[in-house]
Design a protein around this ligand. Structure first.
Ligand code: AMP
Length: 281
């Protein structure tokens, strides 16, 4: 497994692989790898002849500089994990390598980026799309793997790829959860003694699922009232949003029909968490 920091060196490796006709899978990450990342990586190594994992804590997607500074990093451990997964190439650039001093071009998916997460994290998806577009240009993967854990991100990236005719297949992988149901996340290290509170969002999502699938409730306002009630029962949590939306364009759904995405964000004193589930009524 090679670990490279320079874009030119990735290009050299990619050129060789392309010439040999092998397929390339890309798994973009911000490092501090956990089981969620590893499931994406395992899918890529099983489907592609050559797997590239990028590790880059992308400053342009952090709307809060403190959050960027605090974001957990452990590149040594990450590299050891990736070796075990038989990853072929790790791309771990510096900020200076990724963003030339006078770079002034951004990729923005209007509309989808301004709602839900976008309302609470202005500029976040512009940063995500810009860096993912750059990674696609650098690595030129046949397939790229993203987690449904970040459902809005996945939907936005698919839209970017379609709008800009980027020749990559974007694959969505299911959310990996810890034993108690909490979605695996690099940020979970900040939960500390607020485990019960951190699980409130997942509890609300599961209760909404139960109401739709077992109790046949279709009225979104009834479902959201119950879900929000579960979260706000806990002290010290800010419920930022809980919504039931259409899978394609993330618009709110009034009456449940077919597949819907239920997604939300909560803020604990030390960490902000997002989660979602897909429900097929
Ligand atoms: P991050 O390092 O948080 O930017 O995540 C890198 C990729 O891993 C993104 O596509 C995420 O959606 C995905 N990911 C993060 N957590 C999980 C999880 N618990 N299950 C599945 N995919 C995940």
């Amino acid at each position: 497994m090679k670990v490279v920091e320079k874009i030119d060196n990735v290009r050299k490796e990619v050129k060789k692989i392309k010439e040999s006709g092998k397929s390339i899978g890309l798994v973009p990450t911000m490092g501090c790898l956990h089981y969620g990342h590893l499931s994406l990586i395992k899918t890529s190594t099983s489907e592609c002849a050559f797997t590239v994992v990028s590790i880059f804590v992308n400053p342009s997607q952090f709307n809060d500089p403190d959050d960027y500074k605090k974001y957990p990093r452990d590149i040594k451990r990450d590299i050891e994990l990736l070796k075990k997964e038989k990853v072929d190439l790790v791309f771990a650039p510096s900020v200076e390598e990724m963003y030339k001093e006078k770079a002034s071009t951004y990729v923005e998916v209007k509309g989808l980026s301004d709602i839900l997460e976008g309302k609470f994290r202005p500029g976040h998806f512009r940063g995500v799309c810009t860096v993912v577009c750059k990674l696609f240009n650098i690595v030129q993967p046949d397939r790229a793997y993203f987690g449904w854990k970040d459902a809005q991100q996945l939907i936005i990236i698919r839209k970017m790829v379609s709008d800009l005719d980027i020749p990559v297949e974007v694959k969505g992988c299911p959310t990996v959860r810890e034993k108690d149901g909490l979605a695996a996340s690099s940020r979970n290290v900040f939960i500390g003694d607020k485990r019960k509170e951190s699980l409130s969002l997942y509890k609300a999502l599961k209760r909404i699922e139960e109401m739709i699938l077992k109790e046949g409730i279709r009225d979104t306002s009834v479902l959201l009232k119950e879900g929000k009630g579960i979260i706000t029962k806990y002290q010290g949590i800010e419920l930022q949003y809980l919504e039931i939306v259409n899978m394609e364009d993330l618009t709110p759904v009034k009456k449940i029909e077919g597949k819907v995405l239920v997604l939300g964000a909560i803020k604990l004193p030390s960490v902000r968490l997002i989660d979602n589930i897909i429900i097929d009524a």
